[in-house]
Design a protein around this ligand. Structure first.
Ligand code: NAD
Length: 477
């Protein structure tokens, strides 16, 4: 099966990077190379920066109405090419093809949302103290953006940055993941064909640290948006701060799930097992620490484990597969190390716990119980198919355990009691809380974390605001 043509996109052209450095792109289901990707040199980045400067000057003067029309056309092209882009995504990232299709289609919805929201980026009038004075707050696009998107959702993580930046009137240089370059190329092709002018979007690949260390301090870049790990995010945010650049940081999580004794336990187990093993658990909002009330613990764990052990692990292009491989061998090694550490300290494996086969990066959907407090996996983000079962008795006690980690991205709760739901929603230290269903990560709702999980939002009106700056104008006469 053919894969993608791998090129960079600079100043409206598909180009080979200069400098001669290349690396393999590997299919995680086989660990066999499927493509060669060129890596950007300093000269390529300089071209992208100059193009983004020109692109910004042109794009900011296009009306929000016209920008919206071009973005909507790009969304239509994404829908029309969904099958092609989804196939590339599964080949390079591993996720099952049904999830890849959903990811690509949701990218089109994200573009549509921002296309409309750009037209509603209103400023405001402030009552003046004197006759004939107009006090205005005008929202302006902040300028050329440097975006860094990761490999777990190569299409939606890229489109959240592109669509919001473009709707606000910014240009963007996006460094997409070297491990999964083909699907972002397919996505950017839709913007190109929809008529986005040259220089407004630039897509590069390279050595991540080299690119971020060059772009972030560069005077042309006015805003940084990074999605990835907490450690890299802290480093890039410090760099952005030292150059007075605004930043959005979408970092890791270690999501708690609170299942109370009055919850619909079967529903909670079914829903959470489906989301736990989606994308093989490589999701920043993946439900991870399951705090289950002791009265319903055995039922919940039995239901959840039954579902986990019944999932078929295999290549993502096989339509009968429920969970694909992990995206790279690093993640399989990390899962083995987490499980070995927990087991050594006394944890029990209810199901899974091992890699599958000798080819590809397959790991079993895993449920751990009786996990001691000092197991590493209870404090470090697993970012893989590990579900951690923990008992609780008391609401205040479980809230303080749920809030004990430095992460604060997503939290989940299941209860039929309205007072408990309100208390939990108020007390959980996380950017997003969803109760009795999975209700986060829609284009129209703000997505973002608190504490070490970062700051700023992608999605919702907040997702547009981070690409704009307020200018106050007072005018007399
Ligand atoms: P990593 O920390 O090496 O890389 C994470 C991402 O950051 C990758 O996309 C990488 O290309 C990029 N990156 C790394 N160093 C960079 C730098 N100096 N400048 C710019 N970009 C840089 O880890 P990894 O092994 O690739 O991924 C595993 C960890 O990353 C997970 O534990 C998880 O916490 C995190 N992660 C989070 C998300 C998310 O959605 N928040 C997505 C992917 C990975």
């Amino acid at each position: 099966m053919s894969y993608a043509t791998l090129k960079h996109y600079i100043d409206g052209q598909w180009v080979e990077p200069t400098g001669g450095r290349e690396q393999d792109v590997v299919n995680p289901a086989t660990n066999q190379p499927i493509g060669r990707l060129g890596l950007a040199s300093r000269a390529d980045l300089d071209k992208a920066i100059a193009a983004a400067e020109r692109g910004f000057r042109q794009w900011r003067s296009v009306s929000a109405f016209e920008r919206g029309k071009i973005l909507r056309k790009a969304a239509e092209l994404v829908r029309a090419r969904a099958e092609e882009i989804a196939t590339i995504l599964t080949q390079e990232q591993g996720k099952v093809i049904a999830e890849a299709r959903l990811e690509v289609l949701s990218a089109a919805d994200i573009i549509d949302w921002f296309a409309g929201e750009g037209q509603r980026a209103y400023g405001r009038l402030i009552p003046a103290r004197a006759d004939g004075v107009r006090n205005m707050v005008i929202l302006e696009p902040i300028g050329p953006v440097a975006g860094f998107a990761p490999w777990n959702f190569p299409v939606t993580q890229a489109v959240r940055k592109i669509a919001a930046a473009l709707a606000a009137g910014c240009s963007i240089i996006l460094k997409c993941p070297e491990e999964t370059p083909g699907s972002p190329i397919g996505l950017v092709g839709c913007f190109h064909d929809a008529g986005v002018p040259a220089g407004v979007i630039n897509l590069v690949y390279g050595v991540p640290a080299e690119i971020s260390e060059y772009l972030i301090p560069h005077p042309s870049i006015r805003k940084v948006s990074f999605t990835g790990s907490v450690s890299v995010g802290k480093h890039l945010n410090a760099l952005a701060a030292s150059h007075m650049k605004r930043a959005t940081m979408e970092l890791g999580g270690h999501a708690p799930v609170l299942v109370f004794d009055d919850a619909d336990v079967a529903h909670a187990a079914k829903l959470m097992a489906a989301f736990k093993y989606r994308n093989a658990g490589q999701v920043c909002v993946s439900p991870t620490r399951f705090f289950v009330h002791e009265k319903v613990y055995d039922n919940f764990v039995a239901d959840f484990t039954g579902i986990a052990s019944g999932l078929k692990v295999g290549a993502g292009l096989d339509p009968t597969t429920n969970m694909g491989p992990l995206a790279n061998p690093r993640r399989v090694n990390a899962m083995e190390a987490f499980v070995a550490d927990a087991e050594e300290k006394g944890a029990r494996i209810a199901t899974g716990g091992s890699r599958v086969g000798n080819e590809g990066n397959f790991f079993q959907p895993t449920v751990l119980t009786d996990i001691p407090e000092n197991a590493r996996v209870l404090s470090e983000e697993p970012f893989g198919p590990l579900a951690l079962m923990l008992r609780f008795k008391d609401t205040d006690e479980v809230l303080s355990r749920a809030n004990a980690l430095p992460f604060g991205l997503a939290s989940y709760a299941f209860t039929k009691n309205g007072n408990t739901a309100t208390k939990v929603a108020d007390a959980l230290e996380s950017g997003m809380v969803t109760i009795n269903h999975f209700g986060i990560a829609l284009p129209e709702t703000p997505f973002g974390g608190v504490k070490d999980s970062g700051f700023g939002h992608e999605g919702g009106i907040e997702g547009l605001q981070v690409y704009m700056q307020a200018k106050f104008v007072s005018h007399m006469g």
